[in-house]
Ligand binder design. Structure first.
Ligand SMILES: Cc1cc2nc3c(=O)[nH]c(=O)nc-3n(C[C@H](O)[C@H](O)[C@H](O)COP(=O)(O)O)c2cc1C
Length: 193
């Protein structure tokens, strides 16, 4: 049943080294583009990263910024080292990384509300992408680090100026069993009128 499928998607952070066939990647990305978007602007952009030379450069860029931010917050060096090495491993292990961007110019008019809609639309494509990956037997994880290093990520990936990174989605064949997830009861998060 489709509901069971939707409810069975989980964040996956550990992957087998198995590569993902090109045709599967194309299908996942194509399905992501069927997401709804404000004014049908389709502001999402995808940077498909598989190249073993690009991944370490991206990893270094993001974790350098992570280290600086954590130092500024006064985190202990041991905690920073742990987080950085964990993050490096995640990027290294993922056979596929999609840098999900929004084109900041793909708005009907330049207002704060339209900017929010541009971001919301991009996020919907991200969810659709995760579900499409799940449909292919792949696992994925939405990672927010690029939000803290958008300029740096843009520069290391040589992205067009108008492509603003929103999230990094790591994808691969799962090598972990996700822990049970607690859901907030529906009656605590809904109002029926
Ligand atoms: C906007 C957003 C940002 C997220 N950032 C991170 C992240 O930086 N690192 C991470 O491990 N997971 C991240 N996640 C994944 C969440 O931790 C995960 O979706 C949540 O714990 C629920 O688990 P589930 O996806 O298995 O249902 C993010 C998810 C969203 C929607």
């Amino acid at each position: 049943m489709l509901h069971d499928f939707l409810r069975s998607r989980r964040s996956v952070r550990r992957f087998k080294p198995d590569p993902i066939p090109e045709s599967v990647i194309e299908r996942v990305l194509t399905t992501a583009t069927y997401a709804p978007s404000a004014h049908n602007r389709q502001p999402w952009r995808f940077v498909v990263i598989k190249n073993p030379d690009v991944k370490p450069r991206l990893a270094k860029t993001l974790t350098n910024k992570m280290r600086l931010d954590m130092q500024a917050e006064g985190a202990a060096e041991s905690e920073i080292d742990k987080r950085v090495s964990n993050s490096l491993r995640r990027i290294d292990e993922a056979p596929l990384i999609i840098m999900l961007c929004r084109d900041v110019t793909d708005v009907r008019i330049n207002t704060p509300e339209e900017t929010v809609m541009n971001i919301q639309s991009t996020a919907l494509a991200g969810l659709q992408l995760l579900l499409a990956a799940h449909a292919e037997g792949l696992g994925g994880n939405w990672i927010c680090w690029p939000l803290y290093a958008a300029k740096e990520a843009q520069s290391v990936l040589n992205l067009p100026e108008t492509w603003e990174p929103q999230a990094m989605i790591i994808i691969g064949y799962s090598n972990e069993q996700p822990k049970q997830k607690e859901l907030k009861p529906l009656n605590t998060i809904s109002i029926y009128l």
